[in-house]
Write a protein that binds this ligand. Structure first.
Ligand SMILES: *Cc1c(COP(=O)(O)O)cnc(C)c1O
Length: 385
C-alpha cells in the first residue's frame, strides 16, 4: 500500500530525493563529493559558516554544555536564551520576544495559543505550510483568501462574528519571493480589530536598513502586529522568535504547546545567535552585496527569451515558473550537470502546474557565480524547448 503510493509519486515526477552535503552550507558547497555553485539555501547573508558564529558556539558549549536538558519552563532556560530574547526585543524595538526551537514550531505555537473554536483566522493562499498547519490545529474558522487579495480579505473580515480575529500571512512569500502588502494589512487589522501575525522568515536579517525585517522595510510599528521570524535562514543558525506586546508574549509562555512541551534549544545555539544578531545589525555591507546580486540576476534573467514565466520578485527568492513537474526537474538536472544547484519545487509545496526553479541568492555569491547561472539557464531554455 505504501509502495504503491510511492510508485505513484515516481510516476508523477513528485518523488523527492535528498542530497548529502559534505561540509558546511555555503555558496560553493561540496555535495555527494562534488563541488557546486548552489542557489538553494536561505543563508542569505552567508552566516551559516561564519567564523565568529562558530567561535561563539564553541565558547557556548564550554560554558553551557551541549544540551539544554529541560523545557524552558522547567529548568532549560539558560542565561544565553534570556540574553538572546532581550537582544532580539531591543533589536526589533518591540516590547518582548520569545524563542522557539524552529519556525515551524513558532507558527504552530502562536496560532494555537491565541485562537480556539470561537475565533477566526484569515490566511493568504500562498502562506507557508507551517502557518496552514497552525490554522488547522487551532480549530478556529480557517478562511483563506486569494494571494494578496485585500478586497476578498476585507469581505471575509467584515462578515465574521468570531470572538477573536487573526490575519496570518507570510511577509515575503517563500516560494514566490514577493511581499505581502503589509501597510494595508495593518490598516485592515486596525479597522476590523484583528491581530496581524507576520511570518518574516525571509525578511528578518535581509529587509530594512538594519536588517530588522519587513516592519523596518515599511517603517511600521503597531500594537496589533505580532512578528515571527526564523533564525535558521539569514541568521544562519536555528530556531525562531515571536515578538510583540508583552501580554501576547506572556500568553505564549503560558499556552503555546510547542513552547511548553519541548526541550529548549541548546544554549550554545543561543550564544551563536547573539553573535549573529550583532552581525546582522552591522551587516549593511552584506545586505548591499545581496541587493547587488539580486539586481544582476534580474537583469540577466530579463534578457533571456524564456518559454517560462519569471515571478515578480525583488527579494533574494527568484522563481522561474516552468509548469510541469518533469519539465522543472529536467531544467534542474541540466543545471546540475554543469555544477549548478537550483531546486525544482513541485506540488504540494506550490500549486499544481506551477512547478518552478526557486533560485535563492546570498551575499556570498560572486558576480561570476551569477553569470554562470545565467549562461546555464540560457542554454537550458534553448535545449529543452
Ligand atoms: C522556513 C519557513 C518557516 C519554518 O521555519 P523553520 O525554522 O525552518 O522551521 C516558516 N515560515 C516560512 C515562511 C518559512 O519560509
Amino acid at each position: 500500500m505504501f509502495a504503491e503510493e510511492l510508485a505513484r509519486l515516481d510516476a508523477a515526477g513528485l518523488r523527492r530525493h535528498r542530497r548529502t552535503l559534505d561540509g558546511a552550507q555555503c555558496a560553493h558547497p561540496v555535495v555527494d563529493g562534488k563541488p557546486y555553485i548552489a542557489f538553494c539555501s536561505n543563508d542569505y547573508l552567508g552566516l551559516a559558516n561564519h567564523p565568529a558564529l562558530i567561535a561563539a558556539a564553541r565558547e557556548g558549549a564550554q560554558q553551557f554544555g551541549v544540551g539544554a536538558g529541560a523545557s524552558h519552563l522547567v529548568l532549560g532556560h539558560a542565561r544565553a536564551h534570556e540574553q538572546l530574547e532581550q537582544q532580539l526585543a531591543d533589536f526589533l524595538q518591540l516590547p518582548r520576544a520569545l524563542l522557539f526551537s524552529t519556525g515551524y514550531m513558532a507558527n504552530i505555537g502562536v496560532v494555537t495559543a491565541l485562537l480556539s473554536r470561537e475565533d477566526a483566522v484569515f490566511a493568504d493562499r500562498l502562506n507557508h505550510a507551517s502557518l496552514n498547519d497552525a490554522c488547522l490545529l487551532s480549530r478556529a474558522q480557517f478562511k483563506r483568501y486569494a494571494h494578496n487579495d485585500l478586497v476578498q480579505l476585507e469581505r471575509l473580515l467584515a462578515s465574521t462574528r468570531a470572538r477573536r480575529k487573526l490575519i496570518a500571512v507570510d511577509a515575503v512569500f517563500s516560494m514566490d519571493g514577493d511581499m505581502a502588502p503589509v501597510p494595508e494589512l495593518v490598516n485592515l487589522a486596525e479597522k476590523h480589530e484583528a491581530w496581524l501575525l507576520l511570518d518574516d522568515a525571509h525578511g528578518f536579517g535581509v529587509l530594512g536598513h538594519r536588517g530588522r525585517g519587513v516592519l523596518e522595510h515599511f517603517n511600521i510599528r503597531h500594537p496589533r502586529v505580532i512578528s515571527m521570524g526564523t533564525l535558521g535562514k539569514a541568521a544562519g543558525v536555528c530556531g525562531a522568535f515571536v515578538a510583540g506586546g508583552a501580554d501576547v508574549i506572556e500568553t505564549l509562555v503560558q499556552h503555546a504547546r510547542t513552547y511548553v512541551y519541548t526541550t529548549a534549544m541548546p544554549p550554545l545555539l543561543a550564544c551563536a545567535l547573539l553573535k549573529s544578531i550583532e552581525l546582522i545589525a552591522g551587516g549593511g555591507a552584506l545586505r548591499q552585496q545581496l541587493q547587488k546580486n539580486i539586481i544582476q540576476l534580474n537583469q540577466i534573467l530579463k534578457e533571456i527569451p524564456f518559454p517560462w514565466r519569471l515571478g515578480p520578485s525583488d527579494t533574494a527568492i527568484q522563481p522561474l515558473i516552468i509548469g510541469g513537474n518533469r519539465a522543472a526537474l529536467a531544467v534542474t538536472e541540466a543545471l546540475g550537470a554543469r555544477g549548478i544547484l537550483v531546486p525544482a519545487i513541485r506540488p504540494p509545496t506550490v500549486p499544481p502546474n506551477t512547478a518552478r526553479l526557486r533560485i535563492s541568492l546570498s551575499a556570498a555569491h560572486t558576480a561570476d557565480d551569477i553569470r554562470q547561472l545565467g549562461d546555464a539557464l540560457r542554454d537550458a531554455a534553448k535545449a529543452l524547448t
